[in-house]
Design a protein around this ligand. Structure first.
Ligand code: V47
Length: 390
């Protein structure tokens, strides 16, 4: 043990978190009860230090970003989630559904930028035919053949499977043939039935989300995972969510990155709720890093956190900040005040200012560029020290 880890452990003991601190230093798995203790502790800085120890054990000083582009292809949706500010019914003011040609145009409009990923997520609308989903993936690949298409949350995949009227495994093969490369982590919200019933009962529930993710991983596609926090959920429900993600990851090892999503309360049915504070957000990053000992990366999504909080999060457990984004609707409709786009150079600068070594990655964490080629060689997989499990 170094003087530094000794000092952190001492502070953990003083804060009544000695047993948890010892487990963290020994690389032992935290229990649900440990996780709850971390939600209830006032020693928030000790929590951040423990998460930072794990973050540095896994990734040293490296901090990842990518050059990506979001395309929210439609805001038509029939799920009526209480937290959502983005959904519209066809014909309503602001409702839209991009044609495959328009998706292609959006990708072509960024050809002057070194974009390596398109992130496509949207609402769910049953009248959209199966071919449409294949066509928008094909349109993205035609516009920029080398681009990685990260598209469709488990909620969208559930709808695509229904409209395809085919076994899910076949649908996944066809989407991959069209050009799908991996799936984003949204739509998980909070798995607990109580919150599902009160907040988003029209959408797939926690078990269905996990079952779909299991099938996607078995088909050989990597996905991300998320948790939407800061609304009506309790700490117990958050720990239940994290534990269920961790259990599936033990089985499939298919999750690359965990992203805690902060609820934004404007223009939706839950506008009376205050939403999380910056400290709540940092706590969520830290607890995610400590509980999810088998998921390699934790993302501080700057669009949602603000740039200063994302910079801080790089010392609270996060090792990734997402990417350049370009055009984003889900959070901006809900009141996010961050810009819609940052330049690659700005991301490099913020990460450097935060005391970390910027590494541009592709979606699957192959190194595209690094300010320290010795630590993160270009063309190779991002170096991750052995996870406790997974
Ligand atoms: O599923 C919707 C959330 C998610 C609000 O995988 C809201 O790399 C806060 O999945 N306040 C979509 N959150 C975004 C998403 C995502 C984002 C960044 C990176 C990745 C990734 C995935 O946004 C939805 C829902 O959980 N959301 N409305 C709101 N008012």
């Amino acid at each position: 043990m170094t003087d530094r880890t000794d000092a952190v452990l001492e502070r953990a003991r003083t804060a009544g978190l000695g047993a948890i601190g010892e487990k963290v230093l020994a690389g032992e798995r935290l229990t649900r009860a440990d996780g709850l203790a971390l939600y209830h502790t006032d020693a928030i800085h000790v929590l951040g230090e423990l998460a930072n120890l794990v973050r540095e054990r896994l990734h040293g000083d490296l901090a990842y970003f990518n050059v990506n582009q979001h395309v929210n292809y439609t805001n038509y949706c029939n799920k009526f989630c209480q937290f959502c500010s983005f959904d519209r019914l066809p014909g309503q003011e602001g409702a839209y559904c991009l044609t495959p040609e328009q998706v292609g145009e959006k990708i072509r409009a960024q050809l002057h930028e070194p974009v390596t990923e398109v992130h496509m997520v949207a609402g769910v609308w049953p009248k959209i035919p199966y071919e449409y989903y294949l066509d928008i993936v094909r349109a993205a690949k035609e516009a920029r053949p080398e681009i990685h298409v990260k598209a469709f949350t488990m909620v969208e995949l559930d709808q695509i499977r229904k409209v395809a009227k085919k076994p899910f495994e076949e649908v996944l093969v066809e989407l991959r043939e069209a050009g799908l490369g991996s799936c984003p982590g949204g739509g998980a919200e909070i798995f607990a039935d109580r919150v599902h019933r009160e907040g988003y009962s029209m959408k797939i529930d926690g078990n269905e989300w996990l079952d779909l993710a299991r099938s996607v991983h078995r088909a050989g596609l990597r996905t991300n995972c998320t948790m939407l926090h800061g609304h009506i959920e309790t700490p117990e429900e958050r720990i239940d969510h994290l534990d269920r993600l961790r259990t599936l990851q033990d089985e499939t090892n298919g999750f690359q990155t965990y992203i805690p999503l902060s609820f934004h309360p404007e223009n939706n049915e839950w506008s009376h709720l205050p939403g999380p504070t910056a400290l709540d957000e940092l706590r969520e990053i830290a607890i995610g890093r400590l509980m999810l000992d088998n998921i390699p990366h934790v993302k501080a999504y700057w669009i949602m956190l603000s740039i200063p909080v994302a910079q801080l999060a790089l010392s609270w457990g996060a090792d990734d900040v997402d990417g350049t984004v370009v055009e984003e609707h889900i959070y901006h409709d809900a009141g996010a005040e961050t810009p819609q786009q940052v330049m690659r150079e700005e991301l490099v600068q913020w990460i450097t200012e935060a005391g970390r070594i910027p590494v541009e990655r592709d979606t699957l964490y192959n190194v595209v560029w690094s300010s320290d080629e010795v630590l993160a060689p270009v063309g190779q997989k991002a170096p991750v020290a052995a996870l406790t499990r997974g």
